[in-house]
Design a protein around this ligand. Structure first.
Ligand SMILES: Nc1ncnc2c1ncn2[C@@H]1O[C@H](COP(=O)(O)OP(=O)(O)OP(=O)(O)O)[C@@H](O)[C@H]1O
Ligand SMILES: O=c1ccn([C@@H]2O[C@H](COP(=O)(O)O)[C@@H](O)[C@H]2O)c(=O)[nH]1
Length: 238
């Protein structure tokens, strides 16, 4: 087994995956398994910050299409990501590893506000740091949040752990003939319009020279495998 490829990473976890076999909500056994994978990855000696999506609970665009304003819908989506962080934090700590949730909004009864110094401190203490509330602003996504926070805290890569095993020429769930890429540049990912991540996230990663690795979270141990350089995923880099 080779040593880890990175010293500090931000992992973007699919919120949708937290629903497990259900259409929405929390599936505890799925969350427990993901918590175990994160702990195993931490034990490789990598500092880990996690951004969790909200697709299992609320997506702003969907709720606003029913009449609510987009900023209000997006605020619900950001709060959904905080709930996912709390579920994951509890699962990680139940397994005996310290974790800490930091949020983009002031909510002192719930968690500490995200600051770079707090993130550095808890990562250096060996905690798994969970970043809730997205960027704190509507009209963004947690993919963009992951790249933003990675740039802010000096992470060396963004790992997008999702429900497909890489970037394809078209959505593989809709087009079985879609071709999978092993590697793309940021500009190719933006130019191709691949909807696995939003263009803002790819553009910020290009500007900050951050590699993004897109891989499947469904494979147990996949986070550790990616960190060891043996996993299967698409690398989007310079
Ligand atoms: N070109 C493409 N290559 C790979 N996946 C694609 C592509 N286009 C669309 N997709 C879809 O993108 C999805 C993953 O991105 P998305 O951000 O929607 O999900 P997620 O990681 O589950 O996020 P969330 O945290 O919001 O639930 C996959 O389910 C896949 O079907
Ligand atoms: O910076 C952000 C991040 C997220 N949101 C809202 O949250 C939901 C859930 O995030 P996903 O990335 O889709 O999983 C998103 O649909 C937005 O409504 C946000 O407003 N700002």
């Amino acid at each position: 087994m080779t040593g880890p490829v990175y010293r500090r990473v931000v992992i973007k976890l699919s919120g949708e995956y937290f629903a497990g076999p259900n259409a929405s909500g929390f599936d505890q056994s799925t969350i427990d398994r993901v918590a175990g994978d994160l702990i195993a990855a931490r034990e490789l000696g990598v500092e880990i910050a996690v951004v969790v999506g909200g697709g299992n609970l609320v997506r702003g665009v969907e709720v606003s299409s029913r009449g609510m304003s987009r900023p209000a819908g997006d605020t619900m989506g950001m709060l959904a990501t905080v709930m996912n962080c709390l579920a994951l934090e509890a699962a990680i700590e139940r397994k005996g590893t310290p974790a800490r949730t930091l949020t983009a909004h002031v909510m002192p009864q719930v968690s500490e506000l995200f600051t770079r110094s707090a993130a550095h401190k808890y990562l250096a203490e060996g905690r798994i740091v969970l970043l809730g509330g997205g960027t704190g602003n509507p009209f963004f996504t947690t993919d963009t949040t992951a790249v933003l926070r990675a740039a802010e805290i000096g992470a060396q890569a963004v790992l997008k752990a999702t429900n497909v095993d890489g970037v394809y020429s078209a959505d593989p769930k809709k087009d079985p003939s879609a071709k999978r890429f092993d590697r793309l540049t940021h500009s190719e990912a933006i130019g191709g319009g691949y909807k696995v991540m939003d263009a803002t996230a790819f553009a910020l990663a290009r500007e900050t020279s951050l590699p993004i690795i897109v891989f499947s979270i469904a494979e147990p141990g996949s986070i550790g495998a990616i960190l060891s350089g043996t996993g299967r995923g698409t690398i989007v880099a310079g």
